[in-house]
Structure formats: structure tokens, C-alpha cells
Design a protein around this ligand. Structure first.
Ligand code: ZN
Length: 47
């Protein structure tokens, strides 16, 4: 399985997989809110 933990998200820009607590991509610094389409707006992981 390549799935990460709940809330983890994949950057659309560089395909880097980021931890749920990150608000920006760890590699290219894209803002999460612009690239994450899987996490619902009411997710507990969002700021
Ligand atoms: Zn990225």
C-alpha cells in the first residue's frame, strides 16, 4: 500500500506526499489549500 496516514496529501505540483499537518508542500512550497482536493473543507487537519 502506498497510502499514507489519514489527512496526508499529495502535491499537484511536484507529486510530493506531505504529512497532514503541513500547510505547504515540503518540496515546492505550494500552499496546501490550492493543491489538496482530497481533504474535505471541514477536516480536522486543516488550520
Ligand atoms: Zn509540491
Amino acid at each position: 500500500m502506498m497510502e499514507g496516514k489519514e489527512g496526508d496529501w499529495e502535491c499537484n505540483g511536484c507529486k510530493n506526499r506531505n504529512y497532514a499537518f503541513r500547510s505547504f508542500c515540503n518540496r515546492c512550497k505550494n500552499p496546501r489549500l490550492l493543491v489538496d482536493t482530497k481533504t474535505p473543507p471541514n477536516s480536522k487537519w486543516l488550520p
